[in-house]
Ligand binder design. Sequence first.
Ligand code: AMX
Length: 435
Amino acid sequence: PQTLKDRLAELIPGEQENVKNLRTEHGNKKICEVTLDQVYTGMRGIIGLVWEGSVLDSEEGIRFRGKTIPECQQILPKAPGGQEPLPEGLFWLLLTGEVPSEQQVRDLSAEWAARAELPSYIGELIDRCPSTLHPMAQFSLAVTALEGESTFSKAYEKGINKKEYWIYTFEDSMNLIAKVPGIAARIYRNLFRDGKVADIQKDKDYSFNLANMLGFAENKDFVELLRLYLTIHMDHEGGNVSAHATHLIGSALSSPMLSLAAGLNGLAGPLHGLANQEVLRWLVKMKETIGDNVSEKRISDYLWSTLKAGQVVPGYGHAVLRKTDPRYMAQREFALKYLPEDPMFKLVSQVYKIAPRVLAEHGKTKNPYPNVDAHSGVLLQYYGLTESNYYTVLFGVSRALGVLPQLIWDRALGMSLERPKSFSTEMYKKIVKKL
Ligand code: AMX
């Protein structure tokens, strides 16, 4: 079967033509108006980015190349004997817009396994991190240091034709994706286990290898969870902090390594990816404070105590979504199937019943429903991965597979340096006076 790179090389000229024609015909049309409020509220709702892999609808949630999460769960290839989609398949779909064959997915697993080895300086760098350094900071540090392996940076230094940017971006992205599980596992094993990381198994899929290097592959249900987890956390259109940061830094022609590291630094913030760590901590604290099998009233009181302390309820709300996140639902369905009696899952379910009402009554958040992070930690802790400050690293591994396809397209389509306009408040005062 055709390799991913060959297929991409076939698709790129048509897509370049497509964008060129679109711009020639409609380039002058106005697609968005901007209010002063939007300028002061994180540019919410301002249209200004291109993201090929996915589009987020506020009611329905994410579609990857037009396909919902349940559709992807159905049509993407599975591991032999497995039921969950392989992240390899979604990566292929995000990059090409096409559903890969089973053989193409197996070949991609093998290609990533073949590229997985880490240079020794990366391992040494991670080993030298103090155990007090947050796992996400260690992760970002190691990905930044992979700059040493960037074929893009080396080629650029020598001088390359713009037309070839995407090829080096593709190579670097494939290497990055192949190497992040080894980095993630080394951080985990150093901080929480014996410091030893199992070897990559060249005949196994990406999620199995990550689970195995973490030390959890004996439980095949955990491996299945990881396949689902890595698939649904990958991509959430272009404006979220990690996606936008990766794209922004890439627009300066910084390498994929430096671009992804920027995205990971953004993912490490508590309003973004770190929320999954915050959720588990918040749930554990709730359990300690109010005990097991509690009434709705006590959970509702606990939610109010968080809000009255001027804190956010982690895992709830979203900048774009206005309904329950389908990524939350996919994880809930997994839990109903594999761990319906787990007390922490039961607590999550209870909070799901009560929090939207409380948040609506509180009246601030535009979306009182749970997002992806409200559920993931509970699934991981069930299988013994209880170290919540590690959770965002797994999110980061997955996010790499979602943001790098766009980076490849950015270079293939010759996207410009990103440089929006800013004004001072004084200047805005003058501007609005004239309106
Ligand atoms: N609990 C309490 N207050 C909340 C809230 C929550 N879960 N979500 C939003 N609010 C508050 C905001 O802090 C804001 O208050 P302010 O007016 O005093 O500043 C107000 O409601 C309006 O916010 P919004 O327009 O509804 O949300 P936003 O687009 O500004 O922010 C988000 C979105 C996700 C940062 C916010 O909902 C939040 O902080 N949620 C909790 C953290 C979380 O779960 N983050 C993960 C999101 C998914 C992800 O990126 N992985």
